[in-house]
Design a protein around this ligand. Structure first.
Ligand code: FE
Length: 340
Protein backbone atom coordinates (compact mmCIF):
# COMPACT_ATOMS: atom_id res chain seq x y z
CA UNK A 1 0.00 0.00 0.00
CA UNK A 2 1.35 3.37 -0.85
CA UNK A 3 0.29 6.95 -1.04
CA UNK A 4 0.09 8.06 -4.64
CA UNK A 5 0.78 11.68 -5.39
CA UNK A 6 -0.62 12.53 -8.75
CA UNK A 7 1.23 14.86 -11.05
CA UNK A 8 2.60 17.39 -8.60
CA UNK A 9 4.63 18.82 -11.47
CA UNK A 10 1.44 19.74 -13.30
CA UNK A 11 0.02 21.15 -10.11
CA UNK A 12 3.09 23.33 -9.78
CA UNK A 13 2.47 25.04 -13.10
CA UNK A 14 -1.16 25.57 -12.26
CA UNK A 15 -3.01 23.11 -14.45
CA UNK A 16 -6.03 21.23 -13.31
CA UNK A 17 -5.01 17.58 -13.19
CA UNK A 18 -7.36 14.94 -14.57
CA UNK A 19 -6.46 11.67 -12.96
CA UNK A 20 -9.58 9.64 -12.42
CA UNK A 21 -11.49 7.58 -14.94
CA UNK A 22 -14.57 7.37 -12.77
CA UNK A 23 -15.92 6.50 -9.36
CA UNK A 24 -14.02 3.88 -7.45
CA UNK A 25 -14.83 1.83 -4.41
CA UNK A 26 -12.55 -0.27 -2.29
CA UNK A 27 -9.67 0.30 0.06
CA UNK A 28 -8.88 3.75 -1.10
CA UNK A 29 -9.87 7.34 -0.86
CA UNK A 30 -9.68 10.18 -3.36
CA UNK A 31 -8.67 13.64 -2.22
CA UNK A 32 -8.83 16.94 -4.09
CA UNK A 33 -6.26 19.20 -2.51
CA UNK A 34 -5.50 22.91 -2.75
CA UNK A 35 -2.71 22.23 -0.29
CA UNK A 36 0.75 21.64 -1.72
CA UNK A 37 2.27 18.14 -1.99
CA UNK A 38 5.01 18.60 0.65
CA UNK A 39 2.40 19.72 3.17
CA UNK A 40 0.07 16.74 2.88
CA UNK A 41 2.29 13.88 1.73
CA UNK A 42 3.66 13.03 5.23
CA UNK A 43 0.11 12.86 6.60
CA UNK A 44 -1.22 10.59 3.88
CA UNK A 45 1.83 8.34 4.07
CA UNK A 46 1.25 7.82 7.78
CA UNK A 47 -2.48 7.24 7.29
CA UNK A 48 -1.83 4.58 4.64
CA UNK A 49 0.76 2.97 6.93
CA UNK A 50 -1.74 2.89 9.81
CA UNK A 51 -4.82 1.75 7.89
CA UNK A 52 -3.75 0.13 4.62
CA UNK A 53 -6.05 2.55 2.79
CA UNK A 54 -4.54 4.10 -0.35
CA UNK A 55 -4.82 7.85 -0.72
CA UNK A 56 -5.10 9.17 -4.27
CA UNK A 57 -4.50 12.90 -4.39
CA UNK A 58 -5.31 15.33 -7.15
CA UNK A 59 -3.60 18.64 -6.58
CA UNK A 60 -5.45 21.69 -7.83
CA UNK A 61 -4.76 25.36 -7.52
CA UNK A 62 -8.05 26.63 -8.84
CA UNK A 63 -11.49 25.59 -10.04
CA UNK A 64 -12.30 23.01 -7.36
CA UNK A 65 -15.94 24.06 -7.03
CA UNK A 66 -16.49 24.10 -10.80
CA UNK A 67 -14.91 20.70 -11.11
CA UNK A 68 -17.00 19.14 -8.35
CA UNK A 69 -20.14 20.67 -9.84
CA UNK A 70 -19.31 19.38 -13.30
CA UNK A 71 -18.60 15.88 -11.99
CA UNK A 72 -21.78 15.84 -9.91
CA UNK A 73 -22.83 12.45 -8.54
CA UNK A 74 -20.11 10.75 -10.53
CA UNK A 75 -17.27 12.65 -8.85
CA UNK A 76 -14.52 10.31 -7.65
CA UNK A 77 -13.59 12.78 -4.91
CA UNK A 78 -14.32 11.92 -1.30
CA UNK A 79 -12.57 14.67 0.59
CA UNK A 80 -11.35 18.15 -0.16
CA UNK A 81 -8.49 19.89 1.60
CA UNK A 82 -8.02 23.61 1.36
CA UNK A 83 -6.77 26.70 3.10
CA UNK A 84 -8.74 29.82 3.90
CA UNK A 85 -12.07 30.24 5.64
CA UNK A 86 -13.67 31.83 2.55
CA UNK A 87 -12.75 28.86 0.41
CA UNK A 88 -14.12 26.43 3.00
CA UNK A 89 -17.27 28.47 3.26
CA UNK A 90 -17.54 28.89 -0.52
CA UNK A 91 -17.26 25.18 -1.20
CA UNK A 92 -20.01 24.46 1.31
CA UNK A 93 -22.23 27.23 -0.11
CA UNK A 94 -21.77 25.78 -3.60
CA UNK A 95 -23.60 22.66 -2.39
CA UNK A 96 -20.86 20.15 -3.23
CA UNK A 97 -20.24 18.91 0.33
CA UNK A 98 -22.11 16.85 2.90
CA UNK A 99 -22.37 16.96 6.68
CA UNK A 100 -20.27 14.55 8.73
CA UNK A 101 -21.50 13.57 12.18
CA UNK A 102 -18.49 12.35 14.11
CA UNK A 103 -18.01 12.42 17.85
CA UNK A 104 -14.26 12.11 17.26
CA UNK A 105 -14.16 15.24 15.09
CA UNK A 106 -16.38 17.20 17.44
CA UNK A 107 -14.13 16.31 20.33
CA UNK A 108 -10.85 17.11 18.56
CA UNK A 109 -11.81 20.34 16.78
CA UNK A 110 -13.14 23.17 18.96
CA UNK A 111 -16.57 24.38 17.82
CA UNK A 112 -15.34 27.81 16.71
CA UNK A 113 -13.15 26.06 14.13
CA UNK A 114 -15.84 23.99 12.45
CA UNK A 115 -19.00 24.60 10.49
CA UNK A 116 -22.07 24.72 12.77
CA UNK A 117 -23.71 22.33 10.29
CA UNK A 118 -20.68 19.99 10.23
CA UNK A 119 -19.86 20.50 6.55
CA UNK A 120 -16.34 21.82 7.07
CA UNK A 121 -13.80 21.18 9.81
CA UNK A 122 -10.71 23.26 10.52
CA UNK A 123 -7.43 21.38 10.89
CA UNK A 124 -4.78 24.00 11.53
CA UNK A 125 -4.43 27.70 12.19
CA UNK A 126 -1.82 30.04 10.81
CA UNK A 127 -1.23 33.64 11.77
CA UNK A 128 -0.80 36.33 9.12
CA UNK A 129 2.10 38.29 10.54
CA UNK A 130 4.89 40.70 9.69
CA UNK A 131 8.29 39.51 8.52
CA UNK A 132 10.64 42.29 9.64
CA UNK A 133 14.24 42.90 8.58
CA UNK A 134 16.54 42.14 11.50
CA UNK A 135 18.82 45.01 10.39
CA UNK A 136 16.39 47.74 9.42
CA UNK A 137 13.37 47.38 11.69
CA UNK A 138 13.67 48.25 15.37
CA UNK A 139 12.21 46.18 18.18
CA UNK A 140 8.73 47.48 18.88
CA UNK A 141 8.52 49.35 15.57
CA UNK A 142 5.84 47.01 14.24
CA UNK A 143 2.66 47.47 16.27
CA UNK A 144 -0.79 47.17 14.66
CA UNK A 145 -2.07 46.21 11.22
CA UNK A 146 -3.59 49.69 11.06
CA UNK A 147 -0.16 51.29 11.61
CA UNK A 148 1.21 49.63 8.46
CA UNK A 149 -0.62 52.38 6.54
CA UNK A 150 1.24 55.16 8.42
CA UNK A 151 4.05 57.27 6.96
CA UNK A 152 6.64 55.39 9.02
CA UNK A 153 6.49 52.62 6.41
CA UNK A 154 6.78 54.77 3.27
CA UNK A 155 8.54 52.72 0.58
CA UNK A 156 9.30 49.89 3.04
CA UNK A 157 6.55 47.28 2.50
CA UNK A 158 6.42 44.27 0.17
CA UNK A 159 3.27 42.19 -0.23
CA UNK A 160 1.67 39.69 -2.58
CA UNK A 161 -1.41 40.62 -4.61
CA UNK A 162 -4.29 42.12 -2.69
CA UNK A 163 -6.75 39.70 -4.28
CA UNK A 164 -5.03 36.61 -2.88
CA UNK A 165 -7.30 34.78 -0.41
CA UNK A 166 -4.84 35.35 2.46
CA UNK A 167 -4.88 39.11 1.94
CA UNK A 168 -8.62 39.23 1.31
CA UNK A 169 -9.20 37.49 4.64
CA UNK A 170 -6.94 40.02 6.39
CA UNK A 171 -8.77 42.92 4.72
CA UNK A 172 -12.11 41.31 5.62
CA UNK A 173 -11.05 41.15 9.26
CA UNK A 174 -9.95 44.79 9.11
CA UNK A 175 -13.39 45.75 7.74
CA UNK A 176 -15.01 43.83 10.61
CA UNK A 177 -12.94 45.76 13.15
CA UNK A 178 -12.72 49.24 11.69
CA UNK A 179 -15.47 49.53 9.07
CA UNK A 180 -15.58 49.90 5.30
CA UNK A 181 -14.26 53.48 5.01
CA UNK A 182 -11.33 52.83 7.33
CA UNK A 183 -10.50 49.67 5.38
CA UNK A 184 -10.48 51.57 2.08
CA UNK A 185 -8.18 54.20 3.57
CA UNK A 186 -5.98 51.43 5.01
CA UNK A 187 -5.59 49.77 1.63
CA UNK A 188 -4.73 53.13 0.05
CA UNK A 189 -2.20 53.78 2.81
CA UNK A 190 -0.50 50.41 2.41
CA UNK A 191 -0.46 50.84 -1.36
CA UNK A 192 1.29 54.19 -0.99
CA UNK A 193 3.84 52.55 1.33
CA UNK A 194 4.79 49.71 -1.04
CA UNK A 195 8.36 49.40 -2.22
CA UNK A 196 7.13 47.70 -5.39
CA UNK A 197 3.89 46.54 -7.00
CA UNK A 198 2.31 43.49 -5.35
CA UNK A 199 3.77 40.32 -6.87
CA UNK A 200 5.00 36.83 -6.01
CA UNK A 201 4.05 34.64 -3.04
CA UNK A 202 4.64 35.19 0.67
CA UNK A 203 8.19 33.87 0.47
CA UNK A 204 9.10 36.13 -2.45
CA UNK A 205 8.50 39.12 -0.17
CA UNK A 206 11.02 37.82 2.37
CA UNK A 207 13.47 37.30 -0.47
CA UNK A 208 12.98 40.98 -1.33
CA UNK A 209 13.66 41.98 2.28
CA UNK A 210 16.86 39.94 2.17
CA UNK A 211 17.79 41.73 -1.08
CA UNK A 212 17.21 45.12 0.58
CA UNK A 213 14.19 46.08 -1.56
CA UNK A 214 11.88 46.48 1.42
CA UNK A 215 12.01 46.28 5.22
CA UNK A 216 8.82 44.42 6.11
CA UNK A 217 6.33 42.09 4.46
CA UNK A 218 3.07 40.41 5.38
CA UNK A 219 3.06 36.63 5.30
CA UNK A 220 1.85 33.46 6.97
CA UNK A 221 3.84 32.00 9.84
CA UNK A 222 4.60 28.51 8.49
CA UNK A 223 6.55 29.90 5.53
CA UNK A 224 9.37 30.60 7.98
CA UNK A 225 9.56 26.84 8.57
CA UNK A 226 9.51 26.10 4.85
CA UNK A 227 12.24 28.65 4.09
CA UNK A 228 14.50 27.32 6.83
CA UNK A 229 14.27 23.85 5.26
CA UNK A 230 15.19 25.14 1.81
CA UNK A 231 18.85 25.58 0.88
CA UNK A 232 18.24 28.63 -1.30
CA UNK A 233 15.76 30.27 1.03
CA UNK A 234 17.40 29.81 4.41
CA UNK A 235 19.34 33.07 3.99
CA UNK A 236 16.07 34.92 3.33
CA UNK A 237 14.59 33.44 6.49
CA UNK A 238 17.62 34.38 8.54
CA UNK A 239 17.40 38.03 7.45
CA UNK A 240 14.02 38.50 9.15
CA UNK A 241 12.19 37.93 12.38
CA UNK A 242 8.52 37.23 12.93
CA UNK A 243 6.46 39.93 14.59
CA UNK A 244 2.83 39.44 15.56
CA UNK A 245 0.88 42.65 14.89
CA UNK A 246 -2.63 43.06 16.28
CA UNK A 247 -5.69 44.97 15.22
CA UNK A 248 -6.15 48.17 17.26
CA UNK A 249 -9.26 46.63 18.78
CA UNK A 250 -8.32 42.96 18.58
CA UNK A 251 -5.62 40.33 18.32
CA UNK A 252 -3.46 38.82 15.58
CA UNK A 253 -5.22 37.71 12.39
CA UNK A 254 -5.42 33.95 11.97
CA UNK A 255 -6.87 31.87 9.19
CA UNK A 256 -7.53 28.15 8.87
CA UNK A 257 -6.77 25.18 6.75
CA UNK A 258 -9.49 22.58 6.75
CA UNK A 259 -11.43 19.80 5.11
CA UNK A 260 -14.89 18.83 3.91
CA UNK A 261 -16.45 15.64 2.60
CA UNK A 262 -17.81 15.89 -0.92
CA UNK A 263 -21.50 15.31 -1.61
CA UNK A 264 -20.67 12.39 -3.92
CA UNK A 265 -18.02 10.64 -1.73
CA UNK A 266 -17.91 7.10 -3.16
CA UNK A 267 -15.64 5.99 -0.30
CA UNK A 268 -17.51 7.61 2.53
CA UNK A 269 -16.34 5.33 5.34
CA UNK A 270 -12.71 5.69 4.40
CA UNK A 271 -13.16 9.45 4.12
CA UNK A 272 -14.45 9.60 7.70
CA UNK A 273 -11.41 7.58 8.78
CA UNK A 274 -9.04 10.00 7.05
CA UNK A 275 -10.85 13.02 8.50
CA UNK A 276 -10.62 11.54 11.99
CA UNK A 277 -6.95 10.73 11.44
CA UNK A 278 -6.15 14.31 10.37
CA UNK A 279 -7.88 15.58 13.52
CA UNK A 280 -6.27 12.94 15.78
CA UNK A 281 -3.30 13.57 18.05
CA UNK A 282 -1.10 11.78 15.50
CA UNK A 283 -2.32 13.81 12.52
CA UNK A 284 -2.32 17.09 14.41
CA UNK A 285 1.18 16.31 15.67
CA UNK A 286 2.43 15.95 12.09
CA UNK A 287 0.82 19.26 11.09
CA UNK A 288 2.59 20.92 14.02
CA UNK A 289 5.98 19.24 13.68
CA UNK A 290 6.38 18.96 9.89
CA UNK A 291 4.37 21.94 8.63
CA UNK A 292 4.95 24.34 11.52
CA UNK A 293 1.27 25.19 11.68
CA UNK A 294 -0.79 25.67 14.83
CA UNK A 295 -2.80 22.50 15.50
CA UNK A 296 -6.43 23.16 16.39
CA UNK A 297 -6.84 20.16 18.65
CA UNK A 298 -6.05 21.28 22.20
CA UNK A 299 -3.00 19.88 23.95
CA UNK A 300 -0.89 19.14 20.87
CA UNK A 301 2.59 20.60 21.38
CA UNK A 302 3.87 23.22 18.93
CA UNK A 303 7.08 22.56 17.04
CA UNK A 304 10.19 23.98 18.69
CA UNK A 305 10.52 26.49 15.89
CA UNK A 306 6.95 27.75 16.26
CA UNK A 307 7.41 27.87 20.02
CA UNK A 308 10.50 30.04 19.49
CA UNK A 309 8.45 32.78 17.80
CA UNK A 310 6.67 33.41 21.08
CA UNK A 311 3.00 33.51 21.91
CA UNK A 312 0.36 35.83 20.56
CA UNK A 313 -3.28 36.54 21.12
CA UNK A 314 -5.38 35.36 18.22
CA UNK A 315 -8.04 37.78 17.06
CA UNK A 316 -11.41 36.79 18.46
CA UNK A 317 -13.60 37.65 15.45
CA UNK A 318 -15.81 34.80 14.30
CA UNK A 319 -14.10 33.52 11.15
CA UNK A 320 -17.43 32.83 9.45
CA UNK A 321 -18.28 36.52 9.85
CA UNK A 322 -14.89 37.36 8.34
CA UNK A 323 -15.60 35.09 5.37
CA UNK A 324 -18.89 36.91 4.72
CA UNK A 325 -17.01 40.19 4.22
CA UNK A 326 -14.87 38.78 1.42
CA UNK A 327 -16.95 40.30 -1.42
CA UNK A 328 -16.62 43.75 0.17
CA UNK A 329 -12.89 43.23 0.69
CA UNK A 330 -12.48 42.31 -2.97
CA UNK A 331 -14.46 45.35 -4.07
CA UNK A 332 -12.30 47.68 -1.95
CA UNK A 333 -9.08 46.13 -3.25
CA UNK A 334 -10.34 46.77 -6.79
CA UNK A 335 -11.60 50.29 -5.98
CA UNK A 336 -8.19 51.44 -4.75
CA UNK A 337 -6.46 49.52 -7.59
CA UNK A 338 -4.26 47.92 -4.94
CA UNK A 339 -2.26 45.82 -7.39
CA UNK A 340 -1.95 48.53 -10.03
FE1 FE B 1 0.13 29.00 2.10
Amino acid sequence: MKTRLMNPALWAVGLAVVTFAGPTAGDEINVYSYRQPPLVEPLFARFTEDTGIDVNVTFLNKGMIERLQAEGDRSPADLILTVDISRLNGIVEAGVTQAVESAVLNESIPSEFRDPDNHWFGLTARARIVYASKDRVADGEVTTYEDLASDNWKGRICIRTGTHPYNLALTSALIAHDGEDAARAWLEGIKSNLARKPQGNDRAQVKAIHAGECDISIGNTYYMGLMLKNEEQVAWANSVRIVFPTFESGGTHVNLSGMAMTAAAPNRENAVKLMEFLASDEGQGIYAETNHEYPLSPGIPLSQLVESWGSFEADSLDLIDVAKLRPMALRLVEEVDFDG
